[in-house]
Structures are given as C-alpha cells and as structure tokens.
Design a protein around this ligand. Structure first.
Ligand code: 0GY
Length: 294
C-alpha cells in the first residue's frame, strides 16, 4: 500500500440549506498530518493528509458551528491526530476515540480531558482485523462518566450483535443506521430490524448519514439522486426525533471512486428533517446532549 488516496471533494458547492446556529457536524474525521501523526501499520487505506485546518474551513463554509471528530480506522488506537484537532478547535470540537480495550482508567480520563466523550467499536471486516466483543464489553463498563459507545456495523450482522448491544451499560450511537439497504424502503426488512433495535432501549441513537454510501448511483435508475435514502430515512427521523445526530462523514474514507459533494450532503438535511424543530434537534439539541453536557 503506497499510493495515498484523496477521498474528498476539492471544491464542494455552497449548500442552499443553512444550518441553525450552533449546528454540529457530528460525524467527521481527520487524517494526519502524517508527518506528525503517522497512520497505523494495520491501516486498510492510506489517505492524503486531511487535517484540522481543512476540516474547520469546511465547517465554516458549510455553515456549521462545531464538529464531533470520530477517530478513523487508519489511525488505529493512536488518538493523537484526533486529540490534536480537538485542541486546535477552541472548544468547537469534541471526539470519539478508538482504544485498546486494555486501556487504563487513567488514560481514559486523559482522553476525557482532551475532549473525547465516547469510544467506537467498529465491526466492518474491511476496516479492522478483529472486534473482540468480550473485551469491548469489559471496557464499556468502565468508561468515564457521561460517555457513550459509537458502534459501526452492517445490516447483515445486526441480529447477531443484539445480545452484545443489549449488554452495553451506556448509551449507544449507531453509525449510518447500521447501513440498511435503503432501496427496500422505509418499511423494508432492514429498516424494520433497525426500528426493533431502537425500540428495545430508549438510549440508542443513530446517524441518518451517508446517502453517498447507502444510496450510490446505479445504472439505469433515474430520478433524484439519493431519493431512496430520503424516502427510507425521513420517517425514521420523524419517529425518533430525539435520538438522531447528523454528520458529513468528511473526508469520506474509502469513497475515492464516488466522492460526494459536501454541499449536496448538507442539502439532504431538509429532506430527512423537514421542519425547523426537527432540524434543531438533529443538528443542535441531540449532539449537544451527547457531547457538550460538561
Ligand atoms: C465512516 C465509514 C468508513 C470508514 C471509517 O474509520 C474509518 O475508517 O469509519 C467506511 O469506510 O465505511 O463512517 O467514516
């Protein structure tokens, strides 16, 4: 693996939609800079630098006020690049760490002091070599006060993960709704299974994010881009308005062959959250509760 990849748009359009004051882009990442923060030897992709300056410039350009920076798999369990970005944000960023489950309570506390408010468990085989449920469960029992677990999985393992998720003793946030097949519609089997998960506990949140990943362009399917995504996801946001948070997913790891325009992603917000009240919950109230409670 030698070629470094660019997976983000160099010149995204200005969104037509204006986010409300205080809006949080609650799912984004930083890559490097590599000279300062080398990538993990186990990284499954080697990106160009996409550091804090670029992220904060995009935040301002898109009309957001704050970021939640999720430690990307290419940095493994070395959280320094994410912590560096949080430190440079002047309080406008918080983070989600990826840790070795054997991490000490002292180091967890230092991550809290650095602005982390959760840890991420990644179950995608193309991104990580292993995902030890027993060890994940153990560390989730000794997180700093107020933290939650962010979990990333694909729809085909949702049922298998149910006992594991049931046992996690802190709130959960599910990345990209567990990647349902949105072309099945809002009442398709994947969305029904995901709703059953949400109904099983009141403290499971989700990110109605990544139309680019979940609804990629398909040969012969005309009409509105990301229409299937909007139709499948809007009812979920309407039915669980206090449990969703939104993010761009910049710099869009692994999307180099289908790079989304970030302005178009922002313009999806009113399609999944049509009222001002829903938009305020999705972009301000809900992420604030999870990431800026203290
Ligand atoms: C995402 C999705 C992906 C990658 C990562 O940490 C990561 O590398 O999360 C993916 O490739 O699906 O949410 O950024």
């Amino acid at each position: 693996m030698t070629d470094r990849i660019v997976s983000w748009h160099s010149n995204p359009s200005k969104p037509r939609y204006t986010p409300p004051p205080g809006a949080v882009d609650a799912h984004c990442h930083v890559f490097g800079p590599m000279a300062q923060f080398p990538f993990s030897p186990k990284a499954k992709y080697l990106p160009e630098d996409a550091g804090p300056e670029k992220l904060f410039a995009l935040r301002d350009y898109l009309g957001f006020s704050r970021n939640v920076i999720v430690q990307a798999s290419c940095h493994g369990t070395d959280n320094r690049a994410t912590l560096n970005a949080i430190r440079l944000s002047d309080g406008k960023a918080r983070g989600v760490a990826v840790v070795d489950p054997a991490i000490s309570s002292e180091v967890l506390q230092s991550l809290h002091a650095g602005g982390m408010r959760g840890i991420r468990f990644n179950f995608l085989k193309r991104l990580v070599d292993d995902a030890p449920k027993d060890k994940f469960l153990e560390v989730s029992k000794r997180l700093p006060k107020g933290w939650h677990v962010v979990i990333y999985f694909e729809a085909d393992i949702l049922e298998e993960l149910r006992p594991f998720m049931d046992a996690i003793p802190v709130p959960l946030v599910v990345d990209h709704m567990g990647r349902p097949d949105v072309t099945q519609g809002s009442d398709g089997p994947d969305m029904r299974a995901f709703r059953a998960l949400l109904d099983s506990r009141p403290d499971i949140h989700f990110k109605p994010t990544c139309p680019d990943r979940l609804d990629p362009p398909k040969e012969g399917r005309g009409g509105d881009p990301w229409n299937a995504f909007a139709e499948a996801v809007a009812p979920l946001v309407a039915d669980y308005p206090d449990r969703c948070i939104w993010g761009t997913d910049w710099p869009h790891p692994n999307m180099q062959d289908n790079i989304p325009d970030d302005g178009h992603l922002v313009d999806m917000i009113p399609r999944i959250a049509p009222s001002e009240e829903l938009q305020r919950k999705l972009l301000v109230d809900n992420p604030e509760r999870l990431y800026w409670a203290d």
